[in-house]
Design a protein around this ligand. Sequence first.
Ligand code: MTE
Length: 308
Amino acid sequence: MQHRLGPALPWSEITPQRLYLARREFLAGVGATAFATLASGTALGAALTAKPGPFRADDKPTAKEAVTTYNNFYEFGVEKDEPAKNAGTLRTSPWSVVVEGACERPGSYALDDLIKPASLEERLYRHRCVEGWSMVIPWIGVPLASVLQAAGPTPGAKYVAFETLYDTAQMPGQTRRVLEWPYREGLRIDEAMHPLTLLAVGLYGETLPNQNGAPLRLVVPWKYGFKGIKSIVRIKLQDSQPRTAWNVSAPNEYGFYSNVNPDVDHPRWSQKTERRIGEFRRRDTLPFNGYGEQVAELYAGMDLRKFF
Ligand code: MTE
């Protein structure tokens, strides 16, 4: 059964007229069944309208071409160019997300009911991959806190666990045992509720391309990019620290916290500098990826070498 967290506009309401008409023409050709499916899901390829949000990085956005062709999404291959080439097999509409665990309103929510288009914000965030490259991306989404608040967390909600879709037909990379599938990630509840933490549905003014984690992915700008789990189907509030895909695969290399930290090297390479995609000279990596003023207090008193 699909639950509603509150009133939500269908995606068509925020689709500019031109795209909406083009979509109607397309739909006229594919028949009524397909219309029902598409109408209840995300308007793929449609432009999104979003108000500028807070926390706009002062940096120049990375070229969209790079943002959408240089990706990590192992479900579609382990090379950077493979997700853009292979992610066409992912069906993002209709899409629903199970919200469960320690909350008052658990259920399976249609994407349109979970994310209210009227509340979409654009946020320009720095994005730092643990491998040592970085980008600046104009995301569109809503604070994760708004979705969690709507679900009504109960006192047992100390952490939030996330899961990607598991479907080897749509995600052929899941037949290879490079990671434990489905991809999993997690946050402590205060990290999840922090206003910087975003559930993204778009970038560069459009719905997310599949390779960037359509139709719904996490963005936590002060953490390494692997915390940004893609194509989310399950969000669970729980009292224990969640298992996470990279921590399970190499616990000495990838911790649960994964805060960007130039002072804690990865065992096989330094984290002191990074290469911004599109630039030549390496830059210094900033603690918490430059978001320390907003988030450092979450970790007051913690030894961040131990909790890396
Ligand atoms: N989510 C899933 N499901 N599978 C993945 O392989 N890779 C992670 C993260 N989310 C990954 C994932 C890593 S390592 C990074 S750096 C970011 O996605 C990359 O996001 P981007 O391609 O939008 O830059």
